[in-house]
Design a protein around this ligand. Sequence first.
Ligand SMILES: *Cc1c(COP(=O)(O)O)cnc(C)c1O
Length: 206
Amino acid sequence: LKGINEILTEQRLILGKYCSQLESAISEYAGVPHAITCANGTDALILSLMALGIKSGDEVITTPYTFFSTASSIALLNARPVFVDVEAENLNINPALIERAITPKTKAIVVVHLFGKLCDMDAVCKIAEKHGLPVVEDMAQSLGSKKEGRMSGSFGDIAAVSFYPTKNLGGIGEGGMVLTKRDDLGDRVRKLRVHGMDNNPYHHEM
Ligand SMILES: *Cc1c(COP(=O)(O)O)cnc(C)c1O
């Protein structure tokens, strides 16, 4: 309450110093150099796909068993979600079925670590690398999940976090974050989250 009072008194309500502190803390925790807060997990997915240049007519491979916005974020960019079925054991995308869904229009693979269980990222990343496709991790339900010391969000090119109150780290209201190890994507998301603005106020580069 003391912290909230400080924020209300200071009136720096958007992207203030506590946002920066959260970005640094999660960046360190997940072992990913760029952590960029945004409005919610859905925006984190949309920003990730925009940063990757997903556009009208593109196909994006993903899982049908997830929260609605994994697929709707793809559709909102006028791209087509291409569903690949899940594995019976962990209910996440089945890597063995991904390759046959790849076409010349495929531009990315969005995996979901559902219920905190990580996908088989070794297998997914191998296929992605072979076909030159970026991997997006929808980690709305897996902040803190890890395998052999590697944290959720550190496997693919870019990842989306949600701080919706029911998620692993719930906020008082909505919140989200993009994680990426790629400098180019980090730069783009930092601009895209403020309407494409660069460091000059009201200069919208994108
Ligand atoms: C909650 C959730 C989202 C969306 O996050 P919001 O912060 O509610 O927009 C996306 N994907 C999955 C798997 C989720 O569970």
